[in-house]
Design a binder for this molecule. Structure first.
Ligand SMILES: [Zn+2]
Ligand SMILES: [Zn+2]
Length: 355
């Protein structure tokens, strides 16, 4: 992302753009400020997107509260926000100007496209990846962002800007469901009924899962899971899921809790799959003997590859409802409140409107 106040004249033909934009900047842990920054100029292979809606993600909250996630440390000012939609307002020299005016959801990755992993189609594992709102790459709590043109995915008019932003967590769910090898009739246990757990339950249903069991400590969250695809909910404090003989095809952890992971692994049938999605516990003890004896496949996911087309279809066809997840709306002056909205257990997904 280059930043220069002046845009090339060719990109200005259809839209008059301001020179600067308001930007919410995380200076360090717990300290946000608003700065006027130059509107970025798209490189030749990029588009410039006027940001419409940005979802608040658990990772933004971690950077805000703790100043780090594992090895990723906020050691210089950082713009948060990586779940975004908007409108293309300018294009780089190599991009057809017909894209100007398109409503898009931005896949917040900027891979190198040429390393071994990129060439193998696993661009999420690119070692030169620039991922929005991950130090030192700025995110989208600002007026405008640039995106490589193929990562700005056109959304149909039936998909709202809010849903367009939430195609990002939906992509996490799609990547998880693919890894879990969910097919029609599969049974799946999902630990954690936060945003990712809820979206994963909806996605499991869309992929044809027959039994979708969700566990969560909080009664209100279990209740909500039943409205979003869960066929059964479990209170893991009252009953350890491992004692219920669930015998599921797959377990997806969206809680990050070591206890949930242990009992989830013990709930999977032989040759089943375990997908670790939840953050929070970078090291934990696993029941290795059990994994060996049942030949379980245990894997993690790191972001996603080629999920936006599927995500757009699931939303446009009504199989996944993202609009219903939005519980809070904030402007750029209230990003701190947006980041703290998860302290209310009725809050599910907050959206920031930078413009
Ligand atoms: Zn996210
Ligand atoms: Zn690469």
């Amino acid at each position: 992302m280059t930043s220069s106040p002046a845009l090339p004249e060719t990109t200005l033909s259809q839209t008059v753009l301001p020179a600067t934009m308001r930007t919410s900047v995380l200076l360090h842990q717990q300290q946000l400020t608003i700065e006027d920054r130059a509107v970025p100029t798209p490189d030749s292979d990029e588009v410039l997107v006027k940001v419409a809606a940005v979802g608040v993600c658990g990772s933004d909250v971690h950077y805000y509260r703790e100043g780090r996630i594992g090895d990723f440390v906020v050691d210089s000012p950082l713009v948060l926000g990586h779940e975004l939609s908007g409108t293309i307002v300018a294009v780089g020299a190599d991009i057809d100007t017909a894209r100007i005016g398109e409503r898009v959801a931005v896949e917040p990755q900027r891979p190198c496209r040429s390393c071994r992993e990129c060439r193998a189609g696993r661009y999420n594992l690119c070692s030169k990846m620039e991922f929005y709102a991950t130090p030192p790459i700025d995110g989208a709590f600002c007026g405008y962002v640039t995106s490589q043109t193929e990562f700005a995915h056109r959304i149909p008019d039936s998909v709202s800007f809010e849903a367009g932003a939430l195609l990002e967590p939906l992509s996490v769910a799609i990547a998880s469901i693919r890894k879990a090898q969910i097919v029609p009739g599969s049974s799946v246990l999902i630990a954690g009924a936060g945003p990712i757990g809820i979206i994963t339950a909806q996605t499991a249903r869309a992929f044809g899962a027959g039994e979708i069991i969700v566990s969560d400590l909080v009664p209100a969250k279990r209740e909500r899971a039943l409205k979003f695809g869960a066929t059964r909910v479990i209170d893991p404090v009252a009953t350890d899921p491992a004692t219920l003989g669930l015998d599921v095809n797959a377990f997806i952890d969206a809680s990050g809790s070591a206890r949930a992971v242990d009992s989830g692994i013990r709930s999977v049938r032989p040759a089943g799959t375990v997908v670790l999605v939840g953050l929070g516990n970078p090291e934990m003890t696993l029941p290795v003997g059990h994994i060996q004896n049942l030949e379980l496949t245990v894997t993690g996911i790191f972001r996603y590859v080629d999920t936006w087309p599927t995500a757009i279809h699931l939303v446009a066809s009504g199989q996944v409802d993202l609009d219903a997840l939005v519980t809070g709306r904030f402007d750029l002056d209230h990003v701190a409140e947006a980041l703290d909205s998860d302290r209310d257990e009725n809050s599910l997904k907050s959206i920031v409107y930078p413009n």
